[in-house]
Every structure is written in structure tokens, then in C-alpha cells.
Design a protein around this ligand. Sequence first.
Ligand code: PLP
Length: 453
Amino acid sequence: LSVIEGVEPRIADATRQELTDQRGSLKLIASENYASLPVLLTMGTWFSDKYAEGTVGHRFYAGCQNVDTVESVAAEHARELFGAEYAYVQPHSGIDANLVAYWAILAHHVEAPGLAEKGVKNVNDLSEEDWELLRKRFGDQRLMGMSLDAGGHLTHGFRPNISGKMFNQRSYGTDPETGLIDYDALLAKAREFKPLILVGGYSAYPRRVNFAKMREIADEVGAVLMVDMAHFAGLVAGKVFTGEENPVPYADVVTTTTHKSLRGPRGGLVLAKEAYAADVDRGCPMVLGGPLSHMMAAKAVALAEARTPAFQTYAQNVADNAKSLAEGLMKRGVKLVTGGTDNHIVLADIAASFGLTGRQAESALVDSGIVTNRNSVPADPNGAWYTSGIRLGTPALTTRGFGADEFDRTAELIVEVLSNTKAADAPKGGASKAKYIIADGIADRVKAEAGEL
Ligand code: PLP
């Protein structure tokens, strides 16, 4: 940091402060983690300075021999770790990985009407004029993913996201009684809608998914099965999710981020059946520019770490700790969506448990040194901004060595803060959805204890 200090002291200060904040509070954001020192160091090298558009052995720039090594090693680790036929490690983020996957599937499946005679096999070979023809056709392609309020991600067809604009989309939800995916209802919806792509995976669903059933549904309606395992890739890598809970053998294409439960650098990757390899390989130039070689190097290091027995122990602890956290909350009267968890996520219904919005709970907890994020619950009466829930996750604190006792104490601290918080009056009368009052002394006391846990 002394090197950075001499150039821009404000950045050195913010970096130092970020370390203090991340280590001094309870980080319960389900999508965050702490990457290892080897991963952090690998991100900060001169590989950042190299351009390498293209793919291994087929670059648009000279001098890419070392990047070729990096990309090959990262892809090899990804294939072997997940047992995938093919891996593409260039996507800069999870959203990029999903865009690469969507375009690869379109390229693979959408035939250009009337263009076959011209020798055009797929969208990558289209001229401008052909594109015009096909644009209309693309607008008709159908995508079906989990709805945002049931726990899906923006990129699974949410209207304001490009996935909701480039596809004719419909979403599936969860059963209103149990909060669980109802596979029969999903099948009925898929039969009616007939999507080209059925998307599995989630950002805020606290349960395991049966991907064998998702495969059957996709086959029944002739859809491609794509699974976004961004959240639970660490649990797949660590062999906690095996058999039908592991999407890799069942899905045509699997995407993930590398920085959540997988504990690597920020980034994404795509795994695919061999049949899709050539189309996925065209991620650059289709939707990506030059790969971030330093990040691919860090992905390789993180994936190598994820292949060790120590990572399997870590992943099992992540799942066990989520159960401890969930039980700790439930025995203190907190209502959880689906009544528990069997992955790394706990989704607490704050409105039902404490009469607060998710936003009030999120803020009161941050004041008390506990960092979470507000999250919609199914059919949320408070909408996507204020929400009625908070999402909690165990990957980060498990990396710090927390076990069952620490997570039970964490649950106790959360309940202590929220049961001593109430909604403040709104300026126009009634209860505010954003403002709140915490009883005197609670936030400071909990913060001190959270810092010491
Ligand atoms: N897919 C899922 C399921 C996610 O939860 C997220 C991130 O929250 C993403 C994709 C997007 O990842 P990124 O933020 O790296 O673009």
C-alpha cells in the first residue's frame, strides 16, 4: 500500500479501510467470500497489461504464448474439477458468462430462415442483411427462468435486463405454501410456453435443486437446459452437491461466477457439452473483448485450490453452518422462507418476524456490524426496493473459520438487533419503510461483540 500511497493516497486509505471493514464486521452477504492470498496476488500482475483477443492458439495479437498457458491451465482445472466436457474461462463476470451462453445456444439452435441455401449455417456467419432478417426471428425465441422474487437472477429473463429484452420470456416461481420449486407446475408451464432455453439456478433460493428433474422437463418440451450455478458452484466443486444436485452432467450449458462460494477472483466461466464448444468459444468477439489474463490466471489458482481435500471440508462446513444459522434463527422465533436451508443461503422473512422491511433490517444490522442484504420474499408485499426479507449466507464467515457455535451466536446477535428495532414514523404519517429506530445502546454493544467473534 505504501506504493499506492505515493500515487493516490485516497485509494490507499480506502483500501486499508476496506480491509478493516471486511474483517471487523460479520460478512453475511451470500454472494461474497474472502479469496486466498495466492488468488489475490495472482490478480495483481503484469498479465493485466496483455491483450489476447481470440482463443488459445488462435489470437488476434502476437506474443500470447504465456496467456495461452494461463487460459489452458484454467480451463483444464475447470473441466477436471467439475467433470465437464468443455470449459471457457474468459467471461469477466457472471452476467458475461450468461450472455456468452445465451448467444452460443442461439447460434447453435436458431436456424436462419431461407439462409441455408446461401451456405449460412448459424448466426455467426450472418451478413448485415441476413441479420436484419434474423432479428425478427430472435425476438421470438423463448426463455424460461426462475422469477426474481422466487430467487432467480436478473439475467434469467427479468424484464429490465437484456435477457428479458432479447427473449420472449416467462418465469416459473415457487409453491406459495412451501416456498419450494414445484416440478409438476414447472413442467405444466414449460409445456404451455415451450421455451428454447430452460434456465435453472438462483440467487436467493435456500434449497437444493433436482437437476435430473429439470433435464426431464427440458427433454419433454424440447428445450436446452442451461444452469447458472453462480451461487452454489463451491458446493458442487466441494462435492457437497452430488448426483442429481450437481447440474454438470444434466445441463447442456452451465455458467458460474468464480467469486462466490467458489472463493476465487471476480469473474465467470462457462462449462458445456462438447456439441456447444465451438459456439461458446466465440464468446470473444460475440460479446467479450480481450480476456482479462490476470483474472484467468487467478481463476486457475482458485480452481486448483478448489480441487484439494481442504476445499471439500470447507464446502461441507459452509452447508453445515447454514443449518446452524437457520436453526439459531428459527429457535428464536424467526420465520424463514421454506422453513430452513440445505445450501449456503438463509432467507429470513423480516416483515413476518419483526414487522420491519428488509431495508430497515439491513440498515439496523449494518449499524450493528452485521452486513447482509435485503431481499424480496416470494410475492413480496413491500416490492423489490424495500423488500420484506434479508438474505444471509455462510461462505465468507466459514472461510474465516466460523463453526456452529459462532453461527448460533451470530443468529442471537441478529435477533437481538432486530427485536430492538422499530419502524420510525414517516413524514406524512404512518410507519416509514426506510427509517427505523434501534433501542439505545444495542447497536454499539452488538458491534463490539461482532468485531470480536
Ligand atoms: N448469476 C447469478 C445466479 C448470480 O447470483 C449473479 C450475481 O449476483 C450473477 C449471475 C452475476 O454475476 P456478476 O455480478 O459477476 O455479473
